[in-house]
Every structure is written in C-alpha cells, then in structure tokens.
Design a protein around this ligand. Structure first.
Ligand code: FES
Length: 292
C-alpha cells in the first residue's frame, strides 16, 4: 500500500521531513493518492457514480495523508444518497479513506446528525432543553408527537416526517424553537408548530424564520457534505434578527465601552506611570543590624 509523501523517506529513515516517525505517518489507500480515485465513473455498491465522484471531490480537498479528515462530510454524502448512514455507507467511507469500519462507526454513532435508520423528507427537531422547555418547548414536542402519532426518532407511516427531541439548538434567544431539516422556526407555540407540520404533510415548504427555502433531508445532507445549494434563493434569509443582538444594542445605547462590571473604567486622561525600574537590584537586607 502506498504511503504519503512523508513516508517516502525510505526504509531505515527514523524521521521524515514533516517530523513524523514512519510509524506515525498515516497511510492512505490507492483511492485517495492519485488524481483519478478508483471507482470514479462507476458506482460502488449501492452508491451511484455521481456519489463516488462527489466523494473523490470531497477527499481531494484535504492534504495528502490527512484524508481521514474528510470523514464527516463523507458521512453526510452517503446519508444524502441513502437517507441515513447504513452499514454499506460505513463500509464505503472506510474504503475511501483507508479506515476500519469500526473507526467509521465510532464517529457515525457519536454525532446526532448521522442517522442510523431512514429519515423522512422532513426531519422535525423540537428543542426540549432548558431555555425552550421553560417557555413551552416540551408542550410543542408533545403536541407534535400526538398529532403525528410518532415518538422520538420515529417516522410517520407515509415516510414523510421524522420527529425528534433536540438538545439546545443554539437559538435560545428565540425560544422555543424547532427546526425542519436544520432551518429554524423561532418562537413557536403549539398551534404554530402544528401549522408547520400540516403544511409539510400537504407537500408545502413553509418559510423558515431566518434561513433559506426548505430542502429535503437528502438535499440538505448533500449541502452538509460541502456542496452548494444550487438554488439562487438558497442562501436567502435574514440570518439573525433583533433577539440575537439585543445585548449589543443595549450596550451601545448605554454607551458602554467594554468595561468589566465592578471595575472602574480606565482613565485615559492621566499619563500612565513609567514602568518600574527592574534593572536596579534591590539592596540586600542587613541582617546584622539590630533594631533601633
Ligand atoms: S435551549 Fe432551546 S435553543 Fe437553547
């Protein structure tokens, strides 16, 4: 198996140019060392030729010998084709990156964005963490669970909508929040949340509060693999709204300049005292002198 450029120092070399010992230099498979990775132009297992080519493009973004860093986007890529990370998807990523299936599985099972069984077109995530639950997040989740007839990590019978509890979605300033395929719906109550899933069930794509138009789960998985949304309006959206900057707004209105609470602001009108002279050694104490 060929190795990275650093490993080409040859047998007997104790240290390579990049400072790694030969045993530390990662090896990579043929598929990621050459300009034309193996498998490109043909499908691999359940994966299409387009996915194989996309995988090669993702891997090529990483320095030679560091291709294993492509694992996270590759997992999104296989999810984009199959709707979740299957055993075949794990094997595909492992073969492309020269990893073991166990190593890939360890990563895929750690992050909640990698799904182990098929997700519907619409992944509805309701934050039930503290800030949201204090203002009704759990009520929203319970109402949707009852309406859809599914629990956490379950999909409706028609395969369209998957519901899940979510931990903090980093939007506490808009609590309670829910997302559909990671687009935010801010400040929802039970009625608003019901309206959103009813629209999804009718085949509509309800407008999110701050993001672009909704994508299906497979489409957004492809974007998370590092490929742009081809729709011109895909990057539209407010991004952030007033609640995200309310602290900054208050600070600006109060004329705060960044002082730390409880301290005096720096007096910029008085010249600073010169630094202490550290070049003059202190006189040693005369231990023989008796007190006066
Ligand atoms: S607790 Fe819900 S977004 Fe932070």
């Amino acid at each position: 198996m060929p190795t990275t450029s650093g490993a080409r120092s040859g047998p007997g070399t104790s240290e390579t140019k990049n400072g790694l010992s030969p045993s530390e230099v990662p090896t990579v498979p043929d598929a990621v060392t050459g300009p034309t990775p193996a498998g490109v132009g043909t499908g691999v297992g359940p994966f299409s030729a387009a996915t194989v080519a996309a995988a090669a493009e993702v891997i090529a973004r990483y320095p030679l010998g560091r291709q294993r860093s492509a694992l996270l986007p590759l997992l999104h890529l296989v999810q984009a084709e199959e709707g979740c990370v299957t055993a075949e998807g794990v094997d595909f990523c492992a073969k492309q990156l020269g990893l073991t299936a166990a190593e890939v599985h360890a990563v895929a099972s750690f992050y909640t964005m990698y799904k182990r069984h098929p997700v519907g077109d619409w992944l509805v995530s309701v934050c039930t963490n503290l800030s949201c639950s204090l203002v009704g997040g759990q009520d929203v989740y319970d109402r949707l669970s009852k309406k859809l007839g599914v629990g956490h990590d379950q999909t409706t019978a028609d395969g369209a909508i998957t519901l899940e509890h979510a931990e903090c979605l980093a939007a506490c300033d808009y609590a309670p929040v829910m997302t559909v395929n990671y687009e935010f719906y801010d400040g929802v109550d039970t009625a608003a949340a019901e309206g959103i899933v009813e629209a999804l069930a009718r085949g509509e794509r309800p407008t999110s509060t701050r993001g672009g138009p909704l994508c299906t789960f497979k489409e957004v998985s492809y974007q998370l693999a590092g490929f742009e949304d081809p729709r011109p309006e895909g990057v539209a959206g407010a991004g952030f709204l007033e609640p995200s900057v309310v602290g900054l707004t208050i600070a600006e209105q109060a004329g705060w300049q960044g002082e730390i609470a409880g301290t005096q602001p720096a007096d910029t009108t008085t010249p600073a005292a010169p630094p202490a002279d550290t070049t003059t050694p202190a006189a040693p104490a005369d231990k023989t002198t008796k007190g006066a």
